[in-house]
Design a protein around this ligand. Structure first.
Ligand code: C2E
Ligand code: MG
Ligand code: MG
Length: 762
């Protein structure tokens, strides 16, 4: 505006001054008449540009020459024409702006042959339509109209802002026409590019996958893009001009929104112009959507708020996913129970409440499924998983609604019982749990028996920090496990000390593997008929640097739990095979000694077992027939398919099998024929009572006949006395092993025993 006003005023000033040029007598009077204070202001605004005019306006010297000089120096194009459109005066700027030579600016206005003219938007105008002609025809002034003008010879279009003013005689006859013009091409180009960028912006808004809404400050919609149509179901036509908040916002959100906008408008600074929040919106069909809104305040040139642009994104799904993620972070996917993290949060809260309470207590249960690994490995993971789910169900039935049960991981569960009148109540719950678990689970066609070991801790007894409490319950659970499982223990400080010892032992055991603190003892297995040694059982010993010999009963279960049984078991196999091969070579007998090696359930289920055995046999050069693997009944009974496969494969290689501690496990005699077992080792508990218990004698007799029927031989374990021996010989038992013949001995002792070759017992 300022720019075009300036140009208009300049035109008037020039009109006056050019008249002054031609009619010097009018000069100063007219200038005074014009009284153009605003012109002075304009000139002051661009002092350098209008310096000549300024000088002229003084006006000290209005000489013709000076005026001419001034007109020449003007950067505004000037044409003065007579009523027939003949140019009577032009300046350099006119020639320059019209891209014509001064010569071309003589005579008629050269629109017909040197210049082409078009409207601002580029529509060509006929010769008669050019602005000067129009003014001559109408005698109406034309101010600041933009035309596109092109010099035919030069060829580039320019936008010129043209002012044409007619001068009329008092009678109204046209006397002169003055035309001034200046170049607005740069301005127009800037405007065009602004327009294109607006168009581009509008296009982006149309394409945007985000809903874009433009509002006035009264929540009336001014723009509503297709994404907004899709999101909310209202078409642009339906919503433009309407107060959309009534349609898509819950009533409570409107004041909230007004507050947010108010804050934006109060601080239209760069930081304050954006706001973001989430609202539950309603679509046209009534569906509820959780949407994230980003509002940006729109301001005018004077920084006054004029509206708001909002970008809206449907985050319903994202929120669902977030909710699910949070749920997953705190729940066990298998059972749907809270996990350790959530349990610990609840526990911390319960402890805090308990601290403030004067009566009652809370208890933490640590529950571990007995022999779970075994069930999992042998019956398969899907049965293992189903067992955990069913077990969690049953445990829940023993609890109140205020109690919390969580799965800590694997086969470990935890229970939090707040507000207990006393710990005896916790003990009752533990007993009830054992009872509900005593019934078999029927899972995928299998009857599965299981029990749990439970440890109970309470802040009353020791420790009122969540981790300490859970650790104490864990220690108590271990004691329950050590006592044979299917029981519960309440934590005491003594239990804690025991748990620590256990932990120490576990650390030591890891180190023992690295430091090779193990050695093997060998217990002879003797033919009861000839009393000569037929083989040996390899029994591991741990020579602990501080504790001395640690019995396998104390560390084998720990090695199984920690997985250390794998390297330990392999070492036993290598060492035993190497040793017995050495004895075979040094003491050749008619039938070479065999070596019995104990194989734990965990080892039996290792896929690399067969390969390892083959390698050991090859390295030791021992015949596979002389290696007997001792496994317990439970190993093969509970994983029948897999066990059969492994046994068959090893059988093909030539390796033999013995069922160890026979009579203490499942005792499913009818199953035995399914497996390629060579030997039954009758458990010591039967043998030790042979001389006192007639029933045991009968039992052993039955076992013997069964084994022979199945083509197996029998070893009696724990033969300690001559009476045992006599009874076994009467029963015609094949082989015996026990302190009567020899205790497990170090290899040197066996070597010297074998050196005095002969019957073991006279
Ligand atoms: P087991 O395989 O039944 O081994 C026989 C156990 O009975 C040995 O106990 C042996 O010392 C003991 N014994 C032998 N004769 C008599 C006797 O006349 N009277 C009495 N009271 N005991 C007798 P040990 O060496 O303490 O081994 C205990 C168990 O540890 C073994 O029972 C076996 O299950 C396991 N074990 C030993 N060495 C290994 C091994 O290298 N690997 C695996 N996986 N387990 C092993
Ligand atoms: Mg054994
Ligand atoms: Mg045994």
């Amino acid at each position: 505006m300022i720019f075009s006003d300036a140009v208009r005023l300049t035109s008037i000033a020039l009109w006056i001054s050019t008249d002054a040029l031609r009619f010097p007598w009018m000069g100063t009077e007219l200038l005074a008449l014009a009284g153009l204070g605003s012109l002075a202001a304009l000139v002051a605004h661009n002092r350098q540009r209008y310096q000549p005019l300024l000088t002229f306006l003084k006006p000290v010297n209005d000489s013709k020459a000076q005026l001419k000089e001034l007109v020449e120096e003007m950067q505004v194009g000037l044409l003065l024409l007579d009523p027939s459109a003949n140019i009577v005066l032009s300046n350099q700027a006119a020639a320059h702006l019209l891209q014509l030579t001064p010569a071309q600016l003589e005579g008629k206005v050269p629109f017909h042959h040197h210049l082409q003219i078009a409207t601002e938007l580029g529509t060509p105008l006929p010769f008669s339509g050019h602005p000067i002609q129009q003014v001559i025809n109408t005698c109406q002034p034309l101010y600041d109209q933009i035309f596109k003008v092109k010099a035919v010879a030069r060829g580039d279009w320019r936008w010129l802002s043209i002012t044409v003013i007619p001068q009329l005689s008092p009678e109204g006859a046209l006397q002169r026409v003055m035309c001034t013009f200046h170049d607005v091409t740069l301005f127009k180009q800037a405007e065009e590019s602004l327009k294109t960028s607006h168009q581009r912006f509008a296009w982006y808004v149309q394409q945007s996958p985000l809903a874009v809404i433009e509002w006035d400050l009264h929540f009336r919609v001014k723009e509503w893009n297709p994404a907004a149509e899709t999101l909310f179901g209202y078409t642009r036509e339906e919503i433009i001009g309407r107060c959309a908040t009534d349609l898509i916002m819950p009533p409570a959100a409107v004041p909230q929104l007004a507050q947010i906008w108010g804050r934006l408008a109060d601080s239209p600074s760069a930081d304050g112009q954006n706001a973001q929040h989430a609202i539950e919106n309603t679509t046209k069909s009534g569906q509820l959507l959780m949407c994230e809104w980003h509002h940006t305040l729109m301001v005018d040139d004077t920084n006054q708020a004029v509206g708001v642009i909002s970008l809206v994104q449907d985050i319903t799904e994202r929120q669902e996913i977030e909710k699910r993620l949070i749920h997953n972070a705190y729940h066990d996917p298998l059972t749907g129970l809270p996990n350790r993290a959530l349990f610990m949060k609840h526990l911390e809260r319960a402890i805090a409440v308990n601290r403030r309470s004067t009566s009652g207590t809370c208890a933490v249960f640590f529950i571990d499924v007995d022999r779970f690994k075994f069930i999992n490995d042998s019956l398969g993971h899907s049965i293992g998983d189903s067992l955990l789910v069913e077990l969690a169900h049953r445990l829940k039935t023993c609890l109140r609604s205020s109690d919390l049960i969580a799965r800590l991981g694997g086969d470990e569960f935890a229970v939090l019982m707040p507000n207990l009148p006393g710990l005896s109540r916790a003990a009752q719950v533990a007993e009830r749990m054992q009872k509900v678990l005593s019934q078999p689970f029927f899972l995928l066609g299998h009857d599965v028996f299981t029990s749990v070991s439970i440890g109970i801790a309470s802040p009353e007894l020791d420790g009122d920090r969540a981790e300490v409490l859970l650790r104490n319950a864990d220690a108590a659970m271990y004691s329950a496990k050590e006592s044979g499982g299917a029981s519960y223990f309440i934590f005491t400080p003594e239990l804690h000390a025991r748990a620590l010892t256990r932990l120490e032992l576990e650390t030591d055991l890891r180190r023992a593997v690295e430091r090779q603190e193990f050695l093997l003892h060998y217990q002879p297995i003797v033919s009861l008929r000839s009393k000569i040694i037929v083989g040996f059982e390899a029994l591991i010993r741990w020579q602990h640097p501080k504790r001395g010999f640690v019995s396998p009963g104390d560390f084998i279960p720990m090695a199984e739990e920690t997985g250390l049984i794998a390297p330990i078991g392999l070492w036993v196999m290598q060492e035993a095979c190497r040793q017995v091969r050495q004895w075979q070579q040094r003491f050749p007998t008619k039938s070479p000694f065999f070596i019995s090696v104990n194989l734990s359930a965990v080892q039996f289920l290792q896929p690399k077992l067969i390969d390892e055995i083959q390698t050991v046999l090859a390295e030791s050069n021992l015949s596979p027939n002389n290696l007997k693997l001792e496994i317990t009944e439970s190993v093969i009974m509970s994983s029948t398919d897999y066990a059969t496969k492994v046994l068959d494969r090893l059988k093909q290689i030539g390796v033999k099998f013995a069922i160890d501690d026979f009579g203490t496990g499942y005792s499913s005699l009818s199953y035995l024929h399914r497996f390629p077992v060579d030997t039954l080792k009758i458990d010591r508990s039967f043998i030790s009572q042979l001389d006192t218990d007639v029933e045991k004698v009968e039992l052993v007799r039955t076992i013997l006949s069964l084994a022979w029927n199945l083509g197996m031989d029998v070893v009696a374990e724990g033969v300690e006395t001559q009476k045992h021996l006599a009874q076994l010989r009467l029963l015609k038992c094949d082989y015996g092993q026990g302190y009567l013949f020899a205790k497990p001995l170090a290899n040197e002792q066996i070597t010297s025993l074998l050196s005095q070759y002969g019957p073991m017992v006279s």
